[in-house]
Design a protein around this ligand. Structure first.
Ligand code: SF4
Length: 227
């Protein structure tokens, strides 16, 4: 990974003891930007794993993924692009269509994404997995950590790193990096149900529906930050 102005001179983040290689599950550029810079500044070897079949529609998925690839390339990081097996995601969350955010459907969604991350990590010689999902203030970090630990426990010698990425100014840096890089700013968590619920909420407030692909950090207001 390249040295950058922002990845030097930072306090190291404490990786689990005897960590050799980390696989970072990433959901999008805004959430992973700060985590990527923090891990790099700590001198830890790691790669990015993008597996997010929850994101709907496909157009939104591609935009989020391309933004993440762009930043990984900028930092000289390896980016592993996994399948968009959306059919399996819909199958797995069937019957949970009306669950609220941070409810049972989200547990299933995190489980699915972390199970694939853990499998890839096990098959490719990583000893630690982690995720940037918990940096968003919209997420329940305990729920995410439980899912991550459960996924890692399927394999011998694989651990989930339960670091609180919001700590020590992480939340603020996440926004600063997003503005600096002009990242695409998603306005809903990702699945079709979160899109539906966010639109219903917006319309109840007399606002317009979400338009895919139009909002970028630093160009206008920051209503949807960290979704
Ligand atoms: S709201 Fe977000 S975390 Fe929950 S199921 Fe939808 S995409 Fe997954």
């Amino acid at each position: 990974m390249k040295e950058t102005e922002t990845t030097t001179g930072r306090d190291p983040v404490p990786a689990p003891e005897n960590t050799e290689r980390v696989l970072l599950h990433s959901c999008c550029a805004p959430c992973s930007g700060e985590v990527m810079e923090a891990i790099h500044a700590s001198g830890i070897e790691f790669d990015i794993f993008f597996y997010n079949p929850n994101i709907h529609p496909r157009e939104e998925y591609e935009i989020r993924k391309e933004e993440n690839i762009r930043f990984a390339e900028e930092l000289g990081l390896k980016f592993i692009d996994a399948d968009y097996d959306a059919d399996n995601w819909f199958e797995r969350t069937r019957g949970m269509e009306w669950e609220p955010e941070r409810g049972k459907r989200c547990t299933e969604c995190f489980d699915m994404r972390f199970e694939r991350t853990a499998l890839y990590a096990f098959e490719n010689g990583y000893d630690v997995i982690t995720s940037c999902l918990g940096i968003s203030r919209w997420k329940n970090m305990e729920q995410i950590n439980d899912c991550g630990v459960r996924a890692a426990s399927r394999y011998p010698n694989l651990r989930y790193w339960t670091y609180n990425w919001r700590k020590g100014g992480g939340s603020k840096r996440m926004i600063d990096i997003s503005k600096r890089e002009g990242f695409y700013q998603q306005e809903y968590c990702g699945c079709v149900y979160s899109l539906r619920d966010t639109n219903r909420h917006r319309m109840s407030q007399g606002r317009d529906r979400i338009e895919i692909g139009v909002k970028f950090y630093g160009r206008d207001d920051l209503d949807g930050i960290g979704q």
